[in-house]
Design a protein around this ligand. Structure first.
Ligand code: FAD
Length: 466
């Protein structure tokens, strides 16, 4: 019989592939089961990467149409070639998924193609194109990820009522796109289609957008998106959808109760969240039960059943690719007898719209609720020379620090490339930094990163506002 594996990972997304590669690097005998035709999971195939490809291209399209002339660049009105935009997206995605395949080979990871199922302790069955095979393993890592949460009363229908995957590949620009859910995915994809010419209405149950984002930022962000032409209907819920010859009619009611109205769109994007995916995984064969929301719970990546671990979207914590990656490395290092740890307070969030919004650590609301005394430093991009020169002054940076110790508790940024800027804050916080540490660190001039430094100086009370 074949030698048992040290570890079999089920799922080849950012959780699964990072776990597999790390296991290979540490000399473990490792396999990764993935049922998709390509590796990379949601993130590479239908998530982070294709959405960023469309965000980048559509941002340039809008820039060419609206901003070039003001910079003294006269070009004819840009024309959209949607098939080409989709093609370059697809080519980038293929290059990335092939890259993972290459890394598997390089690190001696076996890709078991097919659907994986746990069949009792230490056994994984893989249903592949040419039948099913059972593999023995010392450890199993569940990394099966998540899927879009459907909205009751609103059935998905090709090209009309779509999830994020459908919205990444619409064959034409809708006249009116209705986005249900004002979370990160809905606002990113809504921005793509608005830039390409759609009228976009966002319907949200809560009375604010992007739950989890600092309220200060969320308010500024909503104002900016509205200025760009997005329409928000907050505090409203969609209770039914009817597809017609030329689109979809949604029944919309006030969240609190009240009279229903009809909202018509030609495409509806349901983006109300994602739920853990464990279908057909055979968890019952090892006695693992799901929690109330369908997640596989964990304690330092252990499921509570010997030799069975869980990482990424299918377990607790932010449903983000870089969180899945942190889980992966820590879990595999633990399996290999080393130490593994993830600080979930330091997992940053980014919205890749224009401008971007990025944050790490605690929001003001969280600090207030916890009764923590904190100081605030805030700096607007209107006072940042690089932003001014580039005509990109929307937004601000905000640093929250402990009132007694000055330790940085949270950093919140809205502005171009905020996602790149937040890395500095993550690093400072990982080192237990104080706002004075950022304030006394030389930053290159002229860059937007100076706004983060100025916000930190603001905590100290010596911002040098231009
Ligand atoms: P997944 O990536 O979902 O991978 C799980 C894999 O397991 C899948 O490939 C699936 O086919 C496979 N699988 C499941 N069950 C089985 C089985 N039984 N047998 C074999 N294979 C199986 N995150 C970010 O950090 N930044 C972003 O910009 C970002 N943008 C996003 C945009 C969109 C539109 C979406 C939908 C998501 C986005 N995310 C983003 C979230 C990110 O994609 C997820 O957090 C990440 O993919 C989770 O990784 P994972 O490995 O846990 O699961």
């Amino acid at each position: 019989a074949a030698q048992p594996y040290d570890v079999i990972i089920i799922g080849g997304g950012p959780g699964g592939y990072n776990a597999a590669i790390r296991a290979g690097q540490l000399g473990l005998k490792v396999a990764c089961v993935e049922m998709r035709e390509t590796l990379g999971g949601t993130c590479l195939n239908v998530g982070c990467m294709p959405s960023k490809a469309l965000l980048h291209a559509s941002e340039l399209f809008e820039l060419a149409a609206k901003d070039f002339a003001g910079l003294g660049i006269e070009v004819p009105a840009p024309k959209l070639n949607l098939p080409q935009m989709m093609k370059q997206k697809g080519e980038s995605v293929t290059a990335l998924t092939k890259g993972i395949e290459f890394l598997f080979k390089k690190n001696k990871v076996d890709w078991l193609k097919g659907r994986g199922r746990i069949d009792g302790p230490g056994k994984v069955v893989v249903e592949g194109a040419d039948g099913s095979r059972t593999y023995e393993t010392r450890n199993i890592v569940i990394a099966t990820g998540s899927e879009p949460t459907p909205l009751p009363g609103v059935a998905f229908e090709d090209g009309k009522v779509v999830d994020s995957t459908g919205a990444l590949s619409l064959p034409a620009v809708p006249k009116h796109l209705v986005v249900v859910g004002a979370g990160i995915i809905g606002l990113e994809l809504g921005s793509v289609w608005r830039r390409l010419g759609a009228q976009v209405t966002v319907i949200e149950f809560l009375d604010r957008i992007t739950p989890g984002m600092d309220t200060d930022l969320a308010t500024a962000f909503q104002r900016t998106l509205t200025k760009q032409g997005m329409t928000f209907r907050l505090g409203q819920k969609v209770t039914a959808a009817k597809t017609t010859k030329d689109g979809v009619e949604l029944t919309v009611e006030p969240a609190a109760a009240g009279a229903a109205e009809t909202v018509k769109g030609d495409v509806v994007l349901v983006a109300i969240g994602r739920r853990p995916y464990t279908q057909g995984l055979g968890l019952e064969t090892v006695g693992i039960e799901l929690d109330k929301r369908g997640f596989v719970a964990n304690d330092h990546f252990r499921t509570g059943k010997d030799g069975i671990w869980v990482i990424g979207d299918v377990t607790h914590g932010p449903m983000l690719a870089h969180k899945a990656e942190e889980d992966a490395v820590a879990a595999i290092e633990t399996i290999a007898g080393k130490a593994g740890h993830v600080d979930y307070n330091l997992i940053p969030s980014v919205v890749y719209t224009y401008p971007e919004v990025a944050w790490v650590g605690k929001t003001e609301d969280e600090l207030k609720a916890a009764g923590v005394a904190y100081k605030t430093g805030k700096f607007p991009f209107t006072a940042n020379s690089r932003a001014k020169i580039n005509h990109e002054t929307d937004g601000f940076a905000k640093v929250l620090a402990d009132a007694a110790t000055d330790r940085i508790l949270g950093v919140h940024i809205m502005g171009p490339q905020a996602g790149e800027l937040i890395g500095e804050a993550c690093m400072a916080m990982a080192f237990g930094g104080a706002s004075e540490d950022i304030a006394r660190t030389s930053h290159p001039h002229p860059t937007r990163s100076e706004a983060v430094r100025q916000a930190a100086m603001g905590v100290e009370g010596w911002t040098m506002q231009a």
